[in-house]
Design a protein around this ligand. Structure first.
Ligand SMILES: O=C(O)CCC(=O)C(=O)O
Length: 294
């Protein structure tokens, strides 16, 4: 029996994975998790570490299109709400619910690979709670550059995830342009960790444009400092169990326009709107009973 000499473990290297070729020999193991697909791999990482990188499956043309769409939507957003106003409320480096400005961003929120991972993590139906365009400006602080959970002000641990984030990388996420930092496994603890723990364990997640950085919604994370001359752009999605209210009422923001698929009806929250009256509640029950018996 050969035990590692702990005095020789380099404590500064804990965030670096051992990588391929690691000797996986073990003893005393009766059960091992089986990973048969990319979804299983992401699920295992999400469960243990709280984060995983998932490829969107988009072509380079599609990735470039999303980049152009992002800039066009930011332009419309600033025209609609005004640069001075957005700057005054620290909202200039973002876009709230960009899909309300361009339907193609609904497709981004409904990316098949991401939805399959979310389905794996959240039992039962889930809704898109929010979609936010994020701009990490060069050489400046911005509103996502401080540690937070995407269910902020919450200090509990749940046995099953209630929220999963998928941060789409519009641009390459590199250490120089401030790729997202995470505190691994912080979704498993109620409290925000100590400064010591953060310094020793914070990990930067670099990923090419077209990837999604998927997080447990309770994992502490933040954007890094962008030390280049070009903004780093992203689109964050938070998917939650349906009983958590959406950040913005998405069906209202889409002016209640009809949605052509049952999956989007659920995802965008049309199936889970808060009934305003008892009559509305009972009518919703009637419709559910009718579709269940159809
Ligand atoms: O900009 C980033 O990398 C992090 C974004 C973020 O923290 C968020 O959208 O919640």
């Amino acid at each position: 029996m050969q035990l590692p000499d702990v005095s020789k473990l380099d404590m500064g290297m804990r965030s670096e994975a051992m990588g391929e070729g690691v000797d996986a020999a073990s003893y005393g193991v009766l059960e091992q998790r089986v990973v048969a697909s990319d979804i299983d791999k992401a699920a295992e990482e999400l469960t243990h570490l709280g984060y995983a990188v998932v490829d969107s499956g988009y072509s380079s043309e599609q990735i470039d299109d999303i980049g152009r769409m992002f800039d066009a939507v930011h332009g419309k957003y600033v025209d609609t709400y005004g640069k001075d106003f957005l700057m005054a409320i620290d909202e200039y480096n973002g876009i709230r619910l960009p899909l309300a400005f361009d339907d193609k961003l609904i497709d981004l929120a409904a990316n098949r690979r991401v939805l399959d991972v979310v389905k794996n993590q959240i039992d039962n139906e889930f809704v898109l709670n929010q979609q936010n365009g994020i701009i990490n400006p060069p050489g400046e602080k911005y509103n996502q550059g401080a540690w937070h959970r995407d269910l902020p002000y919450q200090h509990f641990v749940s046995t099953k995830p209630l929220a999963i984030n998928a941060l789409y990388c519009v641009d390459d996420f590199t250490s120089r342009n401030g790729a997202t930092l995470v505190i691994p496994a912080s979704h498993t603890q109620e409290k925000y960790p100590s400064d010591h723990f953060i310094e020793a364990n914070a990990t930067q997640v670099t990923a090419p444009a077209g990837s999604f950085i998927v997080l447990n919604g309770m994992l502490f994370h933040k954007g890094g400092f962008n030390d280049t001359s070009i903004a780093r752009r992203a689109v964050n999605h938070v998917y939650t169990v349906a009983f958590i209210k959406q950040q913005i009422d998405i069906p209202s923001a889409l002016a209640d326009r009809p949605i052509q698929s049952a999956e989007l009806d659920v995802l965008l929250g049309y199936r889970y709107r808060m009934p305003r009256t008892i009559d509305d509640f009972l009518e919703d029950r009637r419709q559910r009973a009718e579709s269940a018996s159809a």
